[in-house]
Design a protein around this ligand. Sequence first.
Ligand code: T46
Length: 134
Amino acid sequence: MGDYKLLDFQTLGDERGSLIALEENYNAPFEIKRVYYIFDTKDGVIRGYHAHIKLKQIAIAVKGSCTFVIDNGKSRDEITLDNPNTGLLIEGLIWREMKDFTPDCVLVVLASEHYDENDYIRDYQKFIDLVLKN
Ligand code: T46
């Protein structure tokens, strides 16, 4: 079954401002093969509507905020990301939807694999069938 966890990143900073460093297999608990960011999301848009088979990811709202719906096939949680110190780690079979993006939201995502459309499950019933099988 899939799982999620909130990661608390240490802020390094001085009188000039703040800095957060993410390192693979250290505060990011996997090898980072890809980074992408989602920004300029239009009002009322809901993204996602899929699960992944193998992918691990950490999502960080480095600016603004958005809410993840995290569904493990049995229950649903809602997690609002609204600061750059917090990462949402998602591993295994988790259906995700992202909503309530503020206009300034920049969502950075670190991923454990290169982009592969074959890793996506975009059909909710197929997702439930896989959860029941595992
Ligand atoms: C996820 C959530 C949090 C690429 O070509 N390369 C990439 O690395 C990604 C992530 C996307 N794309 C293409 C595929 C689509 O044509 O960019 C387009 C938008 O992607 P998608 O509709 O999958 O975006 P979201 O916001 O629904 O989902 C994304 C990630 O795809 C997904 O893995 O977990 O963010």
